[in-house]
Design a protein around this ligand. Structure first.
Ligand code: B1M
Length: 209
């Protein structure tokens, strides 16, 4: 059953995914297993794109299929009461339109007990700064980047926050496929985590430190 979750995402069968995810759940698969299987599907899609076996439209429909599938398991993720650990500002950096990973991080962070403020994709550095300045209750900021070409925008965003006089108010977390601990250290962010689950864990740790 879990295999068909993966193959349905790879094939971009938008109309079928909700039923297939539900069947997998009924069959005993956990939401985590289903998420993992959809993420593996996106890796397959990425590899096929790299080999020119598929093009942007196929990548896009697979992404939409995964997002619809995530919608089915979202209510099952449960978690702590929203806002218990404070507010978490998140967005994908300027020039970058990838949001599946960022949305998963936002979902896990919310389940971990934060009120999430999601600025969306292609977010200019100034918008992050403005949001932090306008809300003194924001103490954590998450930046996502999926392209090697937008890693610089992440660097610029951290720099803009550093220079805006609000750096002491927040801790900055970074992540996304091309991001590493070394890059996090280099740009002066506070924490790198490789996936959504570890991001939620780290956010709690930083909020309670
Ligand atoms: Co794009 N794309 N894409 N794409 N795309 C990649 C990233 C790529 C690796 C594919 C490839 O070539 N193999 C490649 C980047 C190469 C590079 O930079 N080295 C690429 C490219 C080239 C492009 C375009 C330039 C293609 C073109 O137009 N020629 C273009 C750029 C558009 C832009 O952003 N300006 C483009 C466009 C797109 C679509 C719009 C079609 C679509 C995105 C739709 C959407 O997001 N709504 C898309 C997709 C779907 C992908 C792949 C196939 C899948 C991404 C994904 O959703 N993965 C991707 C290949 C791949 O990743 N294998 C690819 C599933 C998701 C769960 O994982 O996002 O990694 P991920 O998130 C993880 C972790 O990274 C981490 O946690 C998440 C969950 O555990 N994480 C964080 C993410 N953010 C975090 C923040 C944190 C902590 C952890 O703290 C704050």
């Amino acid at each position: 059953m879990i295999e068909s979750v993966k193959s349905t995402v790879v094939a971009g069968k938008l109309k079928k995914i909700e039923g297939v995810v539900q069947e997998a759940l009924d069959d005993g698969a956990t939401p985590d297993e289903i998420l993992e299987s959809m993420s593996v599907a996106m890796d397959e899609i990425g590899a096929a794109f790299q080999k020119n076996e598929i093009y942007v439209p196929e990548m896009l429909v697979a992404a939409k299929t995964m997002q619809r599938g995530v919608g089915v398991i979202r209510p099952l993720m449960g978690g702590d009461s929203i806002g218990k650990y404070g507010k978490y500002l998140i967005g994908t950096v300027s020039g970058d339109l990838h949001d599946i990973g960022k949305n998963l991080v936002a979902m896990m962070i919310e389940s971990a007990g934060f009120e999430v403020i999601d600025l969306g994709v292609d977010v200019p550095a100034e918008k992050f700064v403005e949001a932090i300045k306008n809300d003194p209750d924001i103490h954590l900021v998450g930046l996502s980047a999926l392209l090697t070409t937008t890693m610089d925008a992440m660097r610029e965003t951290v720099k803009a926050i550093n220079e805006s006089g609000v750096r002491d108010q927040v801790k900055i977390m970074v992540g996304g496929a091309p991001i590493t601990q070394a890059f996090c250290d280099e740009i002066g962010a506070d924490a790198y985590t490789p996936d959504a689950a570890s991001a939620a864990e780290k956010a709690r740790e930083l909020a309670t430190a």
